[in-house]
Design a protein around this ligand. Sequence first.
Ligand code: GUN
Length: 295
Amino acid sequence: MTARLIDGKAHAEALRARIATDVAALKASHGVVPGLAVVLVGEDPASQVYVRTKGHQTLDVGMASFEHKLAADTSEADLLALIARLNADPAVHGILVQLPLPGQLTPNTVILAIDPDKDVDGLHPVNAGRLAQAAPGDPLDFPVSCTPLGCLMLLQDTLPSLRGLDAIVIGRSVLVGKPVAQLLLREDCTVTMAHSRSRDLAALCRRADIVVAAVGRPGMVGGDWIKPGATVIDVGINRVALPDGKTRLVGDVDFAAALEVAGAITPVPGGVGPMTVACLLHNTVRAAWKRVGAK
Ligand code: GUN
């Protein structure tokens, strides 16, 4: 059997088209243009690429994009002052501070300074708490971290129902593993949270109808770990060196082997990645609707 490929690019494109319609409706009904502020401190090349992509896609769906590029030696006081200004700015509905930050800045202090209703990254402890408290059936009417939300959307588009399915989440990070597990619990999955210290990970994985791999170890999840027909969401983005000196992006799943066993699988690149930015735009337009008191 060869698994169905879950085309993250196509899903993200469809989501952006729905967002563009929603942005136009908000403009027409309330005269409001959703605005996303992205703050980049320093010159990390990968972060510069992400920020550029976010800026282009924000404009493409009809939203306003505000980019703030700060020097690598920016003090915490200066960054917090900028966040305070963005919190108070009515044209800004979403604020994202690109991570990682240079060493003199403490990510938790910075994230805590963002107004939770503008925290379109879903990283503020208030939003993490809202997700932890969301029961099945409760609306997700607050920002949910973008990569986990993207994983959920891909699963919902791939499977007729998530109810009662056995899911394993490999990786317990605050950014991905924990929120993905909470989202799947809210969908009535039976969730196993596994990690690097779990005993017999392969056997745990083989029981799962849904595998979400977010460990950051290239190809760790073997084909023989996958239950035939399972749905595999690979969150890993690992750059590996090839014998010819070039590099290649691979996920946490041995893609070629899993393809033969799984029912459906996300490729890397082109799976979860494109959904992350689309979900950022989704959170921003939702924040703008919430501000006008609708939806
Ligand atoms: N750097 C890499 N991924 C992310 C993300 O999802 N949010 C933020 N703020 N920074 C990142």
